[in-house]
Design a binder for this molecule. Structure first.
Ligand code: SAM
Length: 329
């Protein structure tokens, strides 16, 4: 098991398949992009599948979520999903994507064994999309969402980050759109993980503000907290249910005490928290011939040292050196 000294057990592995992205969302990356990881530093498919086999076979990982960067940019993704689905015991397999290219890939990914999908959609306005993501790709994202539903990756979940004076007028519109299409919407508070270090607490749209905006149009009742488990999102029943909306208040309503996540970067580093300032290298030992026992033990040690909380609200908080795009959100 991957347990830490505060009694938490990691069963949910987030795997970054690449640090590259085809969008430049301003809360994540500068317009010019970043210095991408050299390809020789990235785990090959075989190296990745070996580590995933250790994770599910020896370390109790039950869910593998592929993310990035933009995971649809990873060549051979359906094959990676199929090889993951063939592991014993078979993990749940999910994907977080910006949806660009999903119109083509949703069917093959479903056929390969993908169980669930989250698609990021911050705005329904083409001009706001360009302002926020610096690319004119809204139509591709909407087509990707429709293809995911068509392929049976249901319920499709949608992630939205609201930015003050950019898209924060769209909370109600986004929810109405998702309700109309049967997608499950979750709002995520903006976190200090952008490569430019431009996050400011005072400009963050908080969970309280999001709920107040939605309350103008919808009757929201908090779902039974017992049903939340380790989920990052607080769920609210809309107009009596059964439809729900989620709010992930990572900054103002942290949920570190129930965290069951651990991360593996595209270059083979274990991170026990999004905000960790230390990583544990698995790629080096793996390439120098370490056996599965040794790799599993290194992974256990990496999780054992997990801190009790992310510390964003502590006066001495320092943002991690790696940005979100290179960690895997
Ligand atoms: N490219 C994929 C996507 O867009 O979903 C996967 C990676 S992206 C880092 C995963 C999620 O993190 C997206 O929903 C994105 O909006 C969110 N995200 C990125 N930077 C963030 C930040 N600074 N604060 C909160 N959420 C962020």
């Amino acid at each position: 098991m991957l347990s830490d000294s505060y009694g938490r057990v990691a069963t949910d592995l987030r795997v970054s398949l690449t640090d590259r992205c085809n969008l430049r969302c301003s809360y994540c990356m500068p317009p010019e992009g970043l210095d991408w990881l050299p390809s020789a530093d990235q785990l090959t498919d075989d190296e990745l599948i070996r580590l995933l086999g250790i994770a599910v076979g020896r370390l109790g990982i039950k869910e593998v979520r592929f993310t990035g960067g933009e995971p649809l940019l990873r060549r051979g993704l359906p094959d990676i999903v199929a090889r993951t689905a063939a592991l014993t015991p078979r993990p749940e397999i999910s994907l977080t994507t910006n949806g660009i290219g999903l119109a083509r890939l949703a069917g093959p990914l479903r056929a390969a064994g993908l169980d669930r999908i989250n698609v990021s959609l911050d705005t329904l306005e083409a001009d706001t999309f360009v302002r926020l993501a610096r690319r004119n790709r809204l139509a591709d994202v909407l087509a990707g969402l429709a293809a995911a539903a068509e392929a049976g990756l249901t319920p499709v979940k949608v992630n939205a980050v609201l930015m003050r004076d950019v898209n924060d007028h769209e909370a109600v519109d986004l929810l109405q759109f998702c309700l109309g299409h049967g997608y499950e919407l979750r709002f995520i508070e903006q976190m200090p993980l952008d490569a430019q270090h431009g996050w400011r607490r005072e400009s963050m749209v908080t969970a309280d503000e999001i709920l107040a905006m939605l309350a103008v149009k919808f009757d929201l009742v908090a779902d039974d907290p017992a049903d939340r488990g380790s989920a990052p999102a607080e769920a609210f029943l809309i107009d009596g249910g059964p439809a729900k909306v989620g709010v992930i208040g990572s900054v103002t309503r942290p949920f570190c005490g129930t965290c069951d996540r651990v991360r593996l970067t595209a270059d083979g580093q274990v991170r026990n928290c999004l905000f960790a300032r230390q990583e544990s290298d698995l790629r080096g030992p793996l390439r120098s011939g370490a056996g599965d026992d040794e790799l599993a033990e290194r992974w256990r040690q990496a999780v054992a040292s997990k801190l009790p909380g992310h510390g964003i609200n502590d006066p001495g908080f320092l943002q991690p050196a790696r940005p979100m795009s290179a960690i895997g959100g």
